[in-house]
Design a protein around this ligand. Structure first.
Ligand code: GDP
Ligand code: MG
Length: 201
């Protein structure tokens, strides 16, 4: 079994994160956990790359469509369609527009429980309800209500892989093998080594 300290996750700082000047702030949150950067690049994604990213999981479109329909219904509003696939298509179209509007930064972070811990620090999908202390909770104001009203994707600064299996599909979608670097960071000794020799003089 691969050691847990080798787990990797994909993070994308979305166009609003770059426009808001939050790149350093966001990276610091992951860096100070003790995670290690394994890859990073600035790019303007194509609509095909965004569509491909969200459709890596064949169930995602239907699931997100169902989630969106139930949130319209909870608000007492009529969803744009009762077909989850159609609503999912609408969400994908909005995401393509949002994610190709400007440069994004794609990153791979590595370390123990990287997927779970990056999600915890990033916060829930909707900034309105994401917890205080998380990146989305602290730095952005958007809501599904406002995004749906204006027919656009919710501006939540970041994409982060939702599960280890998702990360394993998403990382090769954005990075070739040669763009990821295997190296040792000095702080890993204090995080992971079995013995703590060599500290006392
Ligand atoms: P994430 O992993 O926290 O980014 O959330 P998901 O993977 O569930 O969703 C990805 C993106 O789809 C979000 O950033 C939103 O733009 C959009 N999305 C997800 N759930 C909903 C929803 O219930 N309603 C709407 N309108 N969009 C949604
Ligand atoms: Mg997701």
């Amino acid at each position: 079994m691969k050691h847990p300290s080798k787990e990797r996750t994909l993070v994308i700082i979305k166009p609003d994160g770059i426009q808001r000047g939050l790149v350093g702030e966001i990276m610091q949150r992951y860096e100070r956990l003790g995670l290690k950067l394994a890859g990073m690049k600035l790019m303007v994604p194509t609509p095909e790359q965004i569509e491909g990213h969200y459709l890596l999981d064949p169930n995602w479109k239907k699931n997100v469509g169902e989630k969106a329909i139930s949130s319209y219904e909870k608000k007492g509003e009529k969803p744009p369609s009762s077909d989850p696939i159609k609503v999912g298509d609408m969400v994908v179209a909005r995401l393509k527009k949002y994610m190709t509007a400007g440069p994004v930064i794609c990153m791979v972070w590595e370390g123990a429980h990287a997927v779970e811990l990056v999600r915890k620090v990033t916060g829930g999908t909707e900034p309105r309800s994401s917890n205080v202390g998380t990146i989305r909770g602290d730095f952005v104001v958007d809501s599904y209500q406002m995004a749906d009203m204006d027919d656009r994707a919710i501006r939540n600064l970041i994409h982060a892989s939702g599960a280890v299996g998702e990360a394993e599909q998403e990382i090769p979608h954005w990075f070739s093998k040669g763009e990821l670097v295997n190296y040792r960071a000095v702080h890993e000794d204090i995080l992971y080594s079995k013995e703590l020799e060599g500290i006392l003089e």
